[in-house]
Design a protein around this ligand. Structure first.
Ligand code: ADP
Ligand code: MG
Length: 260
């Protein structure tokens, strides 16, 4: 494993008198099988308020299935999903997706081609027009897209569309944002910058984020905590520094070894 100077120093230890807040999002022992084949097998993780947890693992390990269950568009066979300590999904309970206060951003979550930027970002917001406009303008300021407010998606570059998509995902002020490989449609050249910009906006908004990625470099760059997933299970969970420096086994080490 190559050593990057970013990860040579350990984060400062938590002082004992700090009280730990409740997780914004928690999933416990989530299980899902398709046609008898276990795809998610007892996955547990947390996202603390204002933090980014990365669900990291190779293609096919069950990341998107886990996200769909949290969003409520699929159902687990067992286990539970909790927001601020309250169950939103467990045995005998399934809160509808639209009541969960959870935002979604996917790679192919395209903008509406027939709506300008203002209406894309304001889409679905309720309230007085002037308030919606103010919210839209403030978000476009944050993602550096205010000057493009009257443009249509086809008049924007890939990176600009990505920024507008982020503003749209944050517009309803979701308590939690689920992001599934959100940067994989971007050029390599752009990706690092957009990751950094996105992280800055998410931190400024204080959104709790569960970010799915198959790229270790992305997780190292963005995560407060990483859940390393393989074959439907979380095989290692913790701070990026710890996972990078003390991989749980050879396979985890190999997975991180081609980080650039
Ligand atoms: P990842 O997002 O980590 O690439 P997925 O959660 O999309 O993985 O898929 C994990 C496995 O579950 C894959 O083998 C996929 O083919 C399978 N799978 C996902 N959804 C379904 C479904 N609705 N029916 C059958 N198999 C599925
Ligand atoms: Mg996936």
């Amino acid at each position: 494993i190559g050593i990057s100077p970013l990860f040579e120093t350990a984060p400062p230890p938590r002082t004992p008198q700090q009280t730990v807040p409740a997780p914004r999002l928690e999933i416990r022992d989530l299980t899902r099988a398709f046609a008898g084949r276990g795809v998610v097998s007892g996955v547990s993780l947390k996202v603390m308020p204002g933090q980014v947890t990365c669900l990291l693992g190779p293609s096919g390990c069950g990341k998107s299935t886990t996200l769909r269950i949290i969003a409520g568009v699929d159902r687990q066979d067992a286990g539970g999903v909790y927001v601020d300590g309250a169950p939103i999904s467990e045995a005998g309970l399934h809160m509808p997706p639209e009541e969960r206060g959870i935002g979604l951003m996917f790679q192919d979550f395209a903008l509406f081609p027939h709506l300008d930027v203002a209406r894309n970002v304001g889409f679905g917001l309720k309230g007085p027009k002037a308030e919606i406009r103010a919210r839209v303008e403030s978000l476009l300021d944050k993602v550096g897209m205010r000057r493009h407010i009257d443009r249509y998606p086809h008049e924007l570059s890939g990176g600009e569309q990505q920024r507008v998509a982020l503003a749209r995902a944050l517009a309803p002020s979701p308590r939690i944002l689920l992001m599934d490989e959100p940067f994989s449609g971007l050029d390599d050249r752009l990706r690092d910058d957009i990751r950094d910009e996105t992280l800055a906006v998410l931190k400024a908004e204080g959104t709790a984020v569960l970010l799915v990625t198959h790229e270790p470099a992305e997780a190292m760059r963005m995560a407060d905590e990483i859940a390393l997933m393989r074959d439907g299970r979380v095989v290692q969970y913790g701070a990026p520094y710890n996972i990078y420096n003390a991989p749980t086994d050879r396979e985890a080490a190999a997975f991180f070894s081609d980080i650039n």
